[in-house]
Design a binder for this molecule. Structure first.
Ligand code: ADP
Ligand code: MG
Length: 617
């Protein structure tokens, strides 16, 4: 039989390799930024259009390439960074595979311009799908500019597989952050569709973090420092009171490279033990320096995972370093739910302070929409607590609460009143005969054929979800106007997400007085959303959106409705009054899809008389 094996042509091999290296526009961003860093650039500019689908360009002032190198750089396995396998064990560069440019050029239109310092003129190369279209001499500044256009132009399936611009842009920003956080001495800027989204001057680690995540971050950072023979740790952990419900800002860098490590994350989390309520995640920015010999970064093509020789020692060192820092800065004994909330200032009520006090009093009383006064005591420290925690925090604290009320007659905080506004008064329905609450989480009631057991949390989620969905679809969410705008602080990235959701939020009944880079001011809320819950709702929403919901069922309206329903629904563990139980039962069965929660979990089960009878045989 004839021989049938052939070597794949280079352009085919490159396309296949591209599948590994380039998953999405953000992968290109990472490779180009890393090349610029390897070229010892001190200023790096990233330009994207249409979330990188149309253009990704990185311009650096690094060492540039000679004419020959410029051409060679697009060959597979062409690298200036290693010469032998031994070099793999003492890597000081980001790249080493020599695959990135070849892969990118196989699936996009690439324009390279580069010049070395000593040369008078530079070189320009145009490549489309691995074919060199032109190579010319050009006048260009020292350094390199690589523009990657029309990504996946020759692989429509991959192009179609890309997510919405919002999602792809978030991935790009994530990569940009990771690289920028690892290299504070390099100045970075980023432009998206013509406008500057980040401008990060050369600075130090702390300043870089603050420049990215907002000025409020500064006070949250606790320095972590530890130097041992095998490892140098530096960086910051965030104070426990700023922990988040989602794994927001958790960054490990090993030898200036961002990595993901569940194991090391566990080490840090365990240092926070006893300081965080369950479900909360600490934020941290930790920089580890180890001997390159002791790690193997070769195990994953996109290189965010890493293998350490001695993980156990690392774990122990990291844990004790973080613990030590938290202790040293006197954080350990301060549990955020132990502090006296009356000493906290509410959000950021800057505008309130400008009003004269009597006006506040009078106007507040006349607000016809408020069924109870928002506690007004929630601070940014409390920002990320779930309503669930609010409930559980005050369970059994009635007496203390009364004391508080006594001492601070101005402060109205009745735990029982946190959610009642969601029970509309006009929904007293007669149909329900008997209901009782079981274990503070189920409502048991009778139906014709037998009995029904309802999960109160899921049922209420369903009710609220359908309500929100309805008002958003008909775009007529009813708003309650706030007398004073509620100002909330967010990171730039979070504000961007809110900006994207603005239309939907407005349809739901939110009204925005102002959205700036790091804060938003809200002057109207959906009627059944208590002011004190707004921060939680938005936190939930942002984290839901960040958790990359699959495109197919990615509808922001739906997500928003789900998210708000989840945060506002009465939680398990809450005692319900008779009218509240009735409200749940009746409203649930008035829903379009009463049998499942918005997340498709059963809201109730039934038991027929027959089934019961059988049990008594
Ligand atoms: P790797 O980074 O793994 O070496 P790449 O395909 O990313 O492989 O790049 C190939 C080569 O092209 C690099 O080794 C480097 O010599 C050169 N190169 C790429 N980008 C730049 C740049 N921005 N400035 C200077 N040289 C570059
Ligand atoms: Mg590279």
């Amino acid at each position: 039989m004839a021989d049938i094996i052939q070597l794949l042509p280079d352009h085919v091999a490159n396309q296949i390799a591209a599948g590994e290296v380039v998953q999405r526009p953000a992968s290109v961003v990472k490779e180009l930024l890393e090349n610029a860093i390897d070229a010892e650039a001190t200023t790096i500019k990233l330009i994207v259009k249409d979330a990188g689908k149309t253009l990704i360009q990185v311009i650096d002032n690094g060492k540039g390439m000679s004419a020959t190198d410029a051409r060679l750089s697009f060959e597979r396995h062409a690298t200036s960074k290693i010469r032998s396998a031994d070099d793999l064990f003492q890597l000081h560069t980001k790249g080493f595979r020599g695959e990135a440019l070849a892969s990118i050029a196989a699936i996009a239109h690439v324009e390279l311009k580069t010049k070395q310092e000593a040369d008078d003129v530079g070189n320009a190369i145009l490549i489309e799908g691995s074919n060199v279209v032109s190579q010319d001499v050009v006048v260009t500044p020292k350094g390199t500019s690589i523009a990657v256009k029309n990504l996946f132009f020759n692989i429509p399936a991959r192009r179609n597989f890309l997510k919405s611009n919002a999602v792809e842009l978030r991935h790009i920003i994530d990569e940009f952050h990771r690289v920028a956080l690892a290299h504070p001495s390099i100045s970075f800027s980023m432009f998206n569709n013509g406008s500057e989204t980040f401008n990060l001057p050369a600075s130090n680690y702390r300043q870089r973090i603050v420049n990215i995540f907002g000025s409020k971050t500064n006070e949250k950072l606790v320095p972590v420092e530890e130097t041992t023979e095998v490892l140098k740790i530096s960086g910051f952990a965030c104070k426990p009171e700023f922990a988040k419900k989602t794994r927001g800002e958790q960054y490990f860098f090993v030898n200036d490279r961002f990595i993901k490590s569940g194991y090391l994350n566990h080490a840090v989390a365990s240092a926070f033990e006893g300081l965080l309520k369950s479900g909360m995640h600490p934020s941290y920015f930790l920089y580890l320096q180890v001997d390159p010999k002791t790690i193997d970064i070769n195990i994953h093509p996109t290189k965010t995972e890493i293998k350490f020789d001695d993980e156990h020692t690392l774990y122990a060192l990291l844990r004790s370093a973080v613990k030590h820092s938290l202790g040293q800065f006197n954080i350990a004994p301060v549990l955020d739910f132990e502090r006296d909330p009356n000493l906290d200032t509410p959000y950021n009520y800057t505008k309130k302070e400008m009003a004269t006090p009597p006006a506040i009093e009078v106007d507040r009383n006349f607000n016809p929409f408020k069924e109870h006064k928002a506690s007004g005591r929630q601070t940014t420290a409390f920002k990320s607590q779930t309503p669930n925690n609010w409930d559980s925090l005050y369970v059994g604290l009635e007496s203390k609460e009364n004391e508080l009320k006594h001492d601070f007659s101005e402060v109205h905080f009745e735990s029982e009143e946190i959610t009642p506004s969601i029970f509309q008064d006009d929904t007293q329905v007669e149909q329900v005969n008997t209901t009782f609450q079981f274990q503070n989480k189920y409502i048991v009631s009778t139906i014709k054929s037998g009995m029904v057991v309802i999960d109160q949390y899921r049922a209420h989620q369903r009710i609220l979800y359908e309500d929100f969905l309805k008002s958003m679809t008909i775009k007529e969410g009813v708003s309650q106007q706030l007398l004073f705008p509620l100002e909330l602080n967010f990171t730039t990235k979070e504000v961007e997400i809110i900006e994207q959701l603005k239309d939907d939020l407005q349809h739901a009944g939110f009204m925005f007085a102002n959205i700036s880079e790091e804060s938003i001011a809200i002057n109207g809320l959906p009627v059944n959303v208590p002011e004190a819950d707004v921060s939680n709702i938005l936190d939930y929403l942002i984290s839901d959106i960040e958790n990359e919901v699959p495109e197919s069922n990615f509808s922001t309206t739906d997500l928003l409705a789900k998210s708000m329903a989840k945060s506002l629904a009465i939680k398990r563990g809450r005692t319900l009054q008779k009218d509240e139980q009735d409200y749940i039962v009746n409203s649930l069965f008035a829903c379009k899809e009463p049998s499942v929660s918005p997340n498709n979990k059963a809201t109730f089960i039934t038991m027929d008389v027959d089934e019961l009878d059988k049990k008594f045989i």
